[in-house]
Design a protein around this ligand. Structure first.
Ligand code: APR
Length: 178
C-alpha cells in the first residue's frame, strides 16, 4: 500500500526510514541532519563503520546502506544517495530510480514491512519535485505489485510536495491513503 503523509520523517513509527544522504554518509543538512540529530551519536558511529569503497565514498549515488535507527522510532535507517540534478539528461532519472529500488530491496532483506521515504534529491540536490515524485511513485508501485504485504510511506515535509504526490496518485488512479 502507498501512504502519503506530511511530517518530520524522524517521528514516523515505521520499520525503516530512508535518509537522503551524501556519498560520505557521515551526516549533513536537510533530512540527513534531522535524522542524525534524532538518532543520536550512535548513528554517526555506525555510519563510520560502513566501509569506504573508495576514499570519501561509503555509498555511491543510487546505492543504499542500512544501519540501526538507535534513538529513532524506526528500527532501521536506510541511507541512499540521490543524484544532483543538472538537466535530467545526465542519468539523473535512472540514478534516482535506483535509490528507491535499492532502498526497497534492503528493506525486504531486513524484514521491514513499512518503509518511509523523504523526497530524495529535491532539496539541496535540486531535483524538481514533480519529476522526482513521478519516479518515486513509479518505483514504489512496481515494487508493491510483488510485495503486497508492504507499505511505502512518502513523507513530505511541505504541503506543496504532499499535493504533488496526491495529484500524481489520483491521476494514475493508484490507491493511497493520505
Ligand atoms: N523530514 C522529512 N523530510 C525532510 C526533513 C524531515 N525532517 N527535512 C528536510 N526534508 C525534505 C526536504 O524538504 C526535501 O523535500 O527532504 C527532502 C530532501 O531534501 P535534502 O534533505 O536537501 O536532501 P537532498 O536534496 O537529497 O540533498 C542531499 O543534502 O543534507 C545534505 O547530506 C545531505 O549532501 C546531502 C544532500
Amino acid at each position: 500500500m502507498i501512504r502519503i503523509v506530511q511530517n518530520d520523517i524522524t517521528k514516523l513509527q515505521v520499520d525503516a526510514i530512508v535518509n537522503a544522504a551524501n556519498q560520505v554518509m557521515l551526516g549533513g543538512g536537510g533530512v540527513d541532519g534531522a535524522i542524525h540529530r534524532a538518532a543520536g551519536g550512535e548513528l554517526f558511529e555506525a555510519c563510520l563503520k560502513v566501509p569506504e569503497i573508495k576514499p570519501g565514498v561509503r555509498c555511491p549515488t543510487g546505492e543504499a546502506r542500512i544501519t540501526p535507527g538507535f534513538k529513532l522510532p524506526a528500527k532501521f535507517v536506510i541511507h541512499t544517495v540521490g543524484p544532483v540534478y543538472r538537466d535530467g539528461l545526465h542519468g539523473e532519472p535512472e540514478k534516482l530510480a535506483n535509490c528507491y529500488r535499492n532502498s526497497l530491496a534492503l528493506a525486504v532483506e531486513n524484514g521491514c514491512k513499512s518503509v518511509a521515504f523523504p523526497c530524495i534529491s529535491t532539496g539541496v540536490y535540486g531535483y524538481p519535485i514533480e519529476d522526482a515524485a513521478e519516479i518515486a511513485v513509479g518505483e514504489a508501485s512496481a515494487f508493491l505489485a510483488s510485495h503486497t504485504d508492504m507499505t511505502v510511506v512518502f513523507c513530505c515535509f511541505s504541503g506543496y510536495d504532499r499535493r504533488v504526490y496526491e495529484e500524481l496518485l489520483t491521476a494514475s488512479a493508484i490507491s493511497a491513503t493520505v
